[in-house]
Design a protein around this ligand. Structure first.
Ligand SMILES: *[C@@H]1O[C@H](CO)[C@@H](O)[C@H](O)[C@H]1NC(C)=O
Ligand SMILES: *[C@@H]1O[C@H](CO)[C@@H](O)[C@H](O)[C@H]1NC(C)=O
Ligand SMILES: *[C@@H]1O[C@H](CO)[C@@H](O)[C@H](O)[C@H]1NC(C)=O
Ligand SMILES: *[C@@H]1O[C@H](CO)[C@@H](O)[C@H](O)[C@H]1NC(C)=O
Ligand SMILES: *[C@@H]1O[C@H](CO)[C@@H](O)[C@H](O)[C@H]1NC(C)=O
Ligand SMILES: *[C@@H]1O[C@H](CO)[C@@H](O)[C@H](O)[C@H]1NC(C)=O
Ligand SMILES: *[C@@H]1O[C@H](CO)[C@@H](O)[C@H](O)[C@H]1NC(C)=O
Ligand SMILES: *[C@@H]1O[C@H](CO)[C@@H](O)[C@H](O)[C@H]1NC(C)=O
Length: 695
């Protein structure tokens, strides 16, 4: 959403509210079409006015869910180096409650962007009715490269290859829009240097996007999100087009670029339109305004929570199998029969990105991954080197079986690399949006061996916010025995205290914690929670070896800065407890890069909190949020991890400076193997000096 700021939808089509008397139904005009112009998509998406009932419902739900979000008062004014983050969410909700909007879409965009301003990937208000419904593209993913000793924006060298495979049937539309000798010659733009975007230095667009982008506290990481990158999800390598080439809403109609093509002495200036692609539900279900509203926007079976102990709980559809608009938000909820201790730190909604562009074959590693590779974990041995690579693209897993299998493969794969002679290791966590907390703890523990830095706590101590209604849930669990199967997040049975001992089952652990004043606001948190994953024999059924697998000096952790949630828990402990070097590739060289962000501790969402409230028989309480009428997702930080360097404050607000900022080139960009090789010869080699960022 670069280039848009916080201005209200100033586009002419957006102020149009459909009136059957005056014109044709704008949703009928795009019905069944796979690709439309952003203006056409907007005309349909802005066709409902904001109904007072719809506004009151979402404002009420968000306001009453916010007290469960642990960072609310911290986000009023974040400490340095995150001081640009300051948002008063309660005041903003009051503003959203009274502002006039020309459509519900305009209202949602304001809500969405307001929450993004907290720059916290765990926090967000999403709406299946609008987000990711018509993703909007130009076939020109950009990258930030260092050539001839200078950093510049380029059109990715692989741009045409990626776009012509992904956008079959649409590429000709773009080909025909190019002027003069560029017409039909989109391929010739690949690898071009970008001199201007809309007549300005390209970094203006990069920074405008970073301002509204959300997702990471680090401004450097938000800049990096503008650019194309690669990743590995639980099945395959993918290509993330970056924010310039891919936007989740149909807002921007076109962009003007001034470029210098490879081997060309002159510059070309041209405009190219954005085009919007219908998600499958949009393509299949939108016949007119009424069917759009009915089939896509109304609350579905998994929008709201449920009472775990009601007779109908068993027949509730598995959220994992819901025909979602896109897997916008993975509503994690393991079947109650599984171990209730299996906890997800959660997945950032946009990582992996909600689309499936594959990384072109030429850019994927040439060597075959070791047989031990599984899901998000892929192992490679670099030719003729002593360096092994673990690609840890995601900690996300589907179920307990998968969790244990992945944990086992991680150990076997790392051991195999050692058997093959590796005594150095690169861990590539590019675009890792998190997943299972247990896996993050396990990987840290097996890499570093048994020591007082890995046992008993292989993660971070945590705390959750002790909102009045949350305290009442615990009260009901203790005195009214409303959670006989011990499934509630608030059941003291699930947690250990700061000394890593079980919490007493008859004491309200939300009332025994610190009362704090944060940014002038009184706040309350639970008592400090200790470790939760060890012994691994009990949680995973696996025994980690005693000895460390690699010398911390010989490990490099690399990414584009996009390493959130469980990935952050892992990298923070590796870096801060063992001094393992961290590398961010492709960042602007005059800005300090951070190797992770959005640490959190555990993510949750309205649906889960609603389940807690309903199961504790508190849905009628005045503080309880009502059910959602429409398909929104409200995502929150439920627990915060305490820091390593300052153990009395959340890790979330402590710096995560990368040791090394590593430039990308036309040759190495989006080519993981090429990057690993350059890193190896430069930083895993005794004869060269480490290039450490200045503090
Ligand atoms: C929103 O406005 C309505 C009516 O003006 C009011 O009843 C309600 O309390 C407001 N909600 C919030 C969260 O400000
Ligand atoms: C640019 O010129 C060099 C040297 O002549 C050549 O190797 C390269 O393929 C050319 N690049 C393009 C994109 O034409
Ligand atoms: C667990 O998830 C994996 C990966 O999606 C799947 O192949 C497997 O069948 C699932 N197992 C169970 C028991 O659900
Ligand atoms: C839940 O915890 C209580 C207290 O430890 C225990 O008595 C009970 O058996 C547990 N219930 C289940 C289903 O595990
Ligand atoms: C890397 O940076 C971390 C802090 O960000 C520091 O503790 C560690 O000593 C650094 N490593 C090296 C080798 O300088
Ligand atoms: C809420 O109150 C209504 C009316 O008093 C009652 O019928 C309903 O069962 C209550 N619901 C819950 C979840 O307690
Ligand atoms: C280490 O660096 C030197 C000099 O740059 C180079 O000759 C040598 O091959 C490198 N060794 C390894 C293992 O990369
Ligand atoms: C450098 O060499 C020493 C001695 O051979 C070895 O112990 C150490 O692991 C090496 N470090 C790196 C980063 O290669």
């Amino acid at each position: 959403m670069w280039n848009f700021g916080f201005a209200p939808l100033a586009v002419s089509a957006a102020t149009f509210v459909y009136s059957a008397a005056t014109s044709k139904d704008p949703c009928t005009l795009i019905s069944g079409k796979g690709w439309v112009s952003p203006a056409e998509a907007r005309a349909c998406m802005t066709a409902f006015p904001l109904e007072p009932k719809a506004r009151a419902n979402i404002i009420d739900v968000v306001s009453k869910t916010l007290p469960f979000h642990a960072s609310e008062n911290y986000q009023l004014q974040a400490p340095a180096p995150f001081q640009t983050i300051h948002v008063d969410l309660s005041a903003e909700l009051a503003r959203l409650n009274r502002t006039q909007y020309s459509s519900e879409f305009e209202f949602h965009l304001d809500m969405y962007r307001t929450f993004q301003r907290a720059n916290d990937g765990h926090l967000g208000v999403y709406n299946y009715c609008y987000d990711y419904l018509y993703q909007t593209f130009v076939p020109l993913p950009l990258v930030y490269l260092t050539e001839d000793g200078k950093q510049d924006v380029f059109i990715a060298p692989e741009a045409f290859k990626v776009a012509s495979e992904e956008f079959k049937g649409q590429i000709d539309v773009w080909q025909k829009h190019l002027p003069g000798q560029l017409r039909g010659n989109l391929a010739s733009l690949s690898g071009a240097k970008v001199l201007l975007i809309n007549g300005e230095n390209p970094l203006v667009a990069v920074n405008d996007n970073a301002k509204v982008r959300g997702e990471s506290q680090s401004a450097a990481t938000r800049q990096n999100l503008f650019f194309a990158s690669y990743g590995h999800d639980s099945t395959s390598w993918y290509y993330n087009l970056g924010d310039f080439a891919r936007q989740i809403h149909p807002i921007v109609d076109s962009v003007q670029l001034t470029v210098q093509r490879p081997n060309s002495t002159h510059t070309d200036t041209f405009s190219i339109p954005y085009r919007s692609r219908a998600s499958n539900p949009a393509k299949n279900n939108i016949k007119d305004v009424a069917s759009y509203r009915q089939s896509i926007c109304r609350a579905s079976g998994s929008t709201n929570g449920y009472d775990r102990y009601s007779p109908s709980a068993a027949s509730r559809p598995d959220p994992g199998k819901m025909p979602a608009v896109a897997s916008l938000h993975q509503e994690y909820e393991f079947k109650p029969s599984k171990t209730p201790l299996l906890i997800q730190n959660g997945v950032i909604p946009s990582h992996p990105p909600v689309m499936d562009v594959t990384l072109p074959k030429e850019l994927r590693p040439s060597s075959k991954p070791l047989d031990e590779s599984h899901g998000g974990a892929q192992f490679f041995m670099l030719d003729g080197q002593r360096t092994g690579v673990l690609v840890m693209g995601t900690f996300n897993i589907r179920n307990t079986t998968d969790l244990v299998l992945l944990a086992q493969r991680l150990l076997e794969g790392l051991q195999k690399l050692k058997d093959k002679g590796a005594d150095r290791l690169i861990v590539d966590v590019t675009n890792n949006g998190g997943g299972s907390i247990y896996l993050a703890h396990w990987l840290y523990r097996i890499l570093m061996g048994h020591s007082d830095k890995t046992f008993p706590q292989a993660g971070l101590d945590t705390t959750t916010r002790a909102a009045p209604l949350a305290q009442l849930i615990v009260e009901h669990i203790i005195s009214k025995k409303v959670d006989p199967r011990n499934l509630s997040l608030y059941n003291p049975k699930r947690w250990k205290n700061a000394k890593h001992q079980p919490l007493p089952l008859d004491k309200n652990w939300l009332k025994t914690g610190p009362k704090l004043t944060i940014n002038g606001q009184n706040d309350a948190f639970s008592e400090r929670l200790g470790q939760e994953s060890q012994p691994f024999q009990d949680t995973l059924g696996l025994t980690p070896p005693k000895e460390r697998l690699f010398d911390p000096k010989n490990i490099l952790i690399m990414s584009n800065g996009v390493c959130y949630s469980s990935c952050a828990l892992f990298t923070v402990r590796m870096s801060k407890s063992y001094g393992v070097r961290t590398v961010v590739v492709g960042g602007q060289d005059n800005i300090r890069q951070e190797y992770c962000g959005t640490v959190g501790g555990q993510v949750s969402n309205f649906m889960t909190i609603d389940t807690e409230i309903k199961s504790a028989k508190l849905k009628n309480h005045t503080l309880a949020p009502p059910d959602l009428l429409f398909r929104s997702v409200v995502s929150i930080t439920w627990r915060l991890g305490y820091g390593v360097d300052n153990p009395n404050e959340p890790e979330e607000w402590q710096p995560h400076w990368a040791n090394i900022s590593f430039p990308l080139t036309l040759k190495s960009v989006n080519n993981p193997e090429e990057i690993w090789k350059s890193l190896t010869s430069r930083y895993l080699n005794n004869s060269t000096l480490f290039h450490i960022q200045e503090p």
